[in-house]
Design a protein around this ligand. Structure first.
Ligand SMILES: CC(C)(COP(=O)(O)OP(=O)(O)OC[C@H]1O[C@@H](n2cnc3c(N)ncnc32)[C@H](O)[C@@H]1OP(=O)(O)O)[C@@H](O)C(=O)NCCC(=O)NCCS
Length: 329
């Protein structure tokens, strides 16, 4: 193994969202809500919902193929696959192993669970692996089908989420490029704020847990909102400090797409002008671990992220967890 640290970063990005679109008007027919409430409180207008036959690994494979194409990398080169998800195809085996088989890769594979921060965690891990020389090519995928764990009778949560997958290929890059700084953290004292109560070793699934709807996602929205606004600014500042940069030097700020009001508050706190903040939550809702890589891929397609751009990604989510990465493209 090469003991020299080398620069590592993103060589290609790709994403996939299911075809079916669920609008706020559609939701008005399902729960007691309104287009006006959803848009004014969250900024979300529509979200993509997976076909009943689609699984998280299906979404992963589509996003991975797009990222490999963009990185001009063959599947034979992939040595490690990390899938960040909270909605794996099965409790086990890992979804990453299903993706490995479907892609026809000869690679190590594991899943990483850090809620909506999962992609930032996985990206940092992949970059460290490549920097250390342990692997040359790592496929990082953030994917979730939250529509399968959302309670479609609960208007407080079902309007917020959507399905999708985003992927990046991590490789050695020129010195001065790639991952320049990061900040990862957790606070398990907030574990109850966003969780699925039943189905794990704590409360195995029973008829009663199903009857009591404990297999659905439940959330204290107000507390998560407060946490998110505070942590996004703090975490991005720490990552930027590690990179030796200021918020003014950021070309594109890619926040976790949960809620426009959270994004606005975080941008304000960091003093990043709105023109540098990438937002697509209006079209996808909160796609959990997929949100940042989908946004990265769209920002790149739209020319907002170019060769030499300084990009900051910031995520937060269940755990509680948070993660920021500073990247030079
Ligand atoms: C969920 C969230 C949008 C709620 O927005 P809010 O402005 O705080 O709204 P509140 O929770 O105070 O609810 C205000 C009212 O709207 C109602 N309401 C909740 N959901 C509603 C919906 N979909 N449609 C209409 N009314 C709704 C509430 O019942 C409440 O009514 P009440 O005052 O009669 O009790 C907001 O707290 C949020 O975005 N939190 C963070 C969630 C998040 O990002 N989670 C993912 C983390 S990865």
């Amino acid at each position: 193994m090469n003991q020299q640290l080398r620069a590592a970063g993103i060589a290609g990005v790709g994403y996939y969202v299911p075809e079916r679109i669920l609008t706020n008007r559609d939701l008005e027919q399902m729960v007691d809500t309104s287009e006006e409430w959803i848009v004014s409180r969250t900024g979300i207008r529509e979200r993509h919902i997976a076909d009943p036959k689609q699984t998280t690994s299906d979404l992963c494979v589509n996003a991975a193929r797009a990222a490999l194409r963009h990185a001009r990398t063959s599947v034979e080169e992939v040595q490690l696959i990390i899938v960040a998800t909270v909605t794996p195809d099965f409790p086990f085996p890992a979804t990453s192993c299903l993706v490995q088989e479907r892609l026809g890769a000869r690679a190590a594979a594991f899943d990483l669970e850090a809620g909506c921060s999962g992609f930032t965690y996985a990206l940092v891990m992949a970059c460290q692996c490549v920097s250390a020389g342990a692997f040359d090519t790592v496929l990082v995928i953030g994917a979730d089908i939250l529509s399968r764990i959302v309670n479609w009778k609960d208007r407080r949560t079902c309007v917020l989420f959507g399905d999708g997958a985003g992927a990046v290929v991590v490789k050695p890059v020129a010195q001065g490029k790639g991952l320049l700084g990061f900040d990862l953290g957790s606070d398990g004292s907030g574990a109850d704020l966003l969780k699925i109560q039943a189905g794990g070793s704590h409360t195995p699934a029973t008829f009663e847990t199903i009857e009591e709807e404990q297999h659905f996602l439940c959330m204290n929205g107000n507390e998560v909102f407060r946490f998110a606004v505070k942590i996004m600014g703090e975490s991005a500042e720490r990552a930027l400090r590690q990179a030796g940069l200021t918020p003014q030097e950021v070309d594109c700020f890619i926040p976790h797409q949960a809620n426009t009001r959270i994004i606005e508050a975080a941008a304000k706190r960091l003093n990043v002008p709105w023109t540098k903040v990438f937002v697509n939550v209006d079209r996808y809702g909160n796609t959990s671990a997929a949100s940042i890589p989908i946004a990265l891929a769209e920002a790149q397609q739209q020319g907002l992220v170019q060769d030499g751009s300084t990009v900051v990604c910031v995520g937060f989510g269940a755990g509680l967890t948070w993660g920021s990465c500073v990247l030079r493209w």
